[in-house]
Ligand binder design. Structure first.
Ligand SMILES: Nc1ncnc2c1ncn2[C@@H]1O[C@H](COP(=O)(O)OP(=O)(O)O)[C@@H](O)[C@H]1O
Ligand SMILES: [Mg+2]
Length: 469
């Protein structure tokens, strides 16, 4: 079930990098919680895998890449995280006592997107899990709350990551109390120390409130054989402000801020990756600097910097160029804006995705702003066709706020006469690009309209739909 890495290729290992590049071997981000709960140290890169063969083929054909291009992907966690030494030390100091059977303090990590929070925690986790015997009593569970819709699915996902057999798994349709009890039982059967990493926890709280955090933060009073430490990761710096005071004080036992990277720091990060990814002398002077400068303007986001470098290389390949130039970076920057929107849609949790789909369909029909009530009705019908229960209207209102905070829609309150108020939703993404992309999504495909013949993905961002607002 949902995890930061769900949906990505299972084997993202960099297998063809030579031993001569002088850089330490990469570590990988953990897999889905259901399978990684007790995962030991990841296996060494297997030889003879399909990944290796495909990479080798691509490398032999590429003038630019020397091995796998996965090195530049977001999911790849390098062994070295420049400018995060202090944060890595702090996280390790807080979690490592688990190796001696001590319960780590709860920890809250916060910082803007792309500041290395997920990467640092993934790295410390892997370091701890490498310590064989000592680590045997520690179970890490990492859940990406950004892709979890409800407290129910959070507790279910956590519980099921401890299920040894199919029969132990928590189904859908129980009362929440019963799910929590089942989750606790499953944890107690395993026993030992559980380190529960709630990545993007701010998004779950924005959607469903902090009730579930309250339950999780008092689990130790109810668990019998297991003990739990929480690691919350938030992209929202003000996350704790809105929390219930008890939840805040429990979650806040330790707190680490990840500041944004500046342009020079981003250059260091990019140079490391570029050295792993590219052949000698394929980067023009100024390419790394320009990628870093753009990303520094975008809140110092390392993810954005890496995506720019990767896309610049792809632009260069498309031009059949022998070198990557600053012009490629400029082209890449324009493309990235489109890609980010589509990526954002693809990684929405299920109910959010259906909601956005309902908004897009209404928009396509009406070509003008839509009202919440209408969208709720359409969403409910669609979700039932997918075999799921519709969420309550209030919850949907929070989901709309989330779509708004992601920059996909804008919602304004309109007065409906006789004191009634409703929210009017305006689309903030290009309709004709986003709609087919969502319809291609495996989750939505069963309810997607049949694709018309000759229907193509329009890539024009200045689509008239945008100016209808
Ligand atoms: N200091 C760093 N050195 C190398 N790569 C980094 C560093 N910080 C972040 N990254 C990379 O940038 C991307 C985004 O980092 P991530 O940990 O996902 O950020 P966050 O969780 O704060 O949004 C990942 O691909 C990660 O490997
Ligand atoms: Mg993250």
């Amino acid at each position: 079930m949902p995890d930061a890495s769900a949906g990505r290729p299972a084997d993202e290992r960099e297998t063809s990098r030579g031993a001569t590049d002088g850089l330490p071997p990469p570590v990988e981000r953990g897999g889905p919680p259901a399978s990684n709960a007790s995962a030991p140290t990841p296996p060494p890169p297997a030889s003879g895998t399909a990944t290796e063969f495909v990479d080798a083929y691509l490398a032999s054909k590429s003038e630019l890449f020397r091995g796998s291009r996965e090195v530049l992907r977001e999911s790849f966690v390098p062994a070295r995280l420049p400018h995060r030494e202090e944060q890595t030390r702090l996280v390790a100091e807080i979690l490592a006592p688990a190796l001696h059977g001590d319960l780590p303090s709860n920890l809250l990590i916060y910082g803007k997107i792309g500041t290395g929070k997920t990467a640092v925690v993934a790295q410390v986790r892997q370091e701890i899990q490498r310590r064989g015997e000592l680590a045997a009593q520690i179970t890490f569970v990492t859940v990406n709350c950004g892709t979890i819709d409800t407290p129910y699915s959070l507790l279910q996902t956590i519980g099921n990551s401890f299920a040894a057999a199919e029969a132990d798994r928590i189904p859908t349709g129980w009362a929440l109390d019963r799910v929590e009890l089942a989750m606790r039982r499953l944890m107690d059967v395993r026993g030992g120390t559980v380190v529960l990493v709630l990545d993007e926890v701010d998004r779950l709280v924005a959607r469903s409130g902090d009730g579930v955090l309250y339950s999780l933060s008092q689990l130790n009073t109810e668990l019998e054989r297991a003990r739990i430490a929480l690691v919350g990761i938030s992209n929202d710096l003000k996350f704790t402000n809105g929390l219930d005071a008890r939840v805040r004080s429990r979650l806040n036992e330790e707190k680490i801020l990840f500041p944004p990277y500046n342009a020079l720091q981003l250059q260091d990060i990019l140079r490391d990756r570029a050295q792993m990814a590219f052949r000698e002398n394929v980067l023009d002077a100024g390419v790394v600097e320009r990628c870093a400068a753009y990303a520094a303007l975008e809140n110092g986001d390392a993810r954005r910097a890496l995506a720019l470098l990767r896309l610049s290389a792809e632009m260069a390949e498309r031009d059949r160029a022998k070198r990557i130039t600053q012009d490629h970076v400029i082209k890449a920057k324009n493309r990235l804006e489109q890609d980010l929107i589509l990526e954002c849609c693809r990684t929405l949790p299920q109910h959010c995705k259906v909601l956005l789909y309902a908004i897009l369909l209404a928009y396509e029909k009406r070509r003008t702003s839509v009202l919440t009530g209408e969208v709720y009705e359409s969403y409910s019908k669609l979700i039932v066709r997918l075999g799921l229960q519709p969420l309550h209207a209030r919850s949907i209102s929070n989901h709309i706020s989330e779509l708004e905070s992601l920059g996909l829609v804008r919602a304004t309150i309109v007065s409906k006469g006789r004191g009634g108020r409703s929210r009017e939703i305006l689309l903030d993404v290009p309709l004709h690009e986003t709609l087919p992309a969502l319809e291609d999504d495996p989750f939505l495909r069963p309810i997607a309209r049949p694709r018309m013949r000759n229907q193509t993905l329009l890539t024009n961002f200045d689509n008239p739909a945008r100016s209808l607002q």
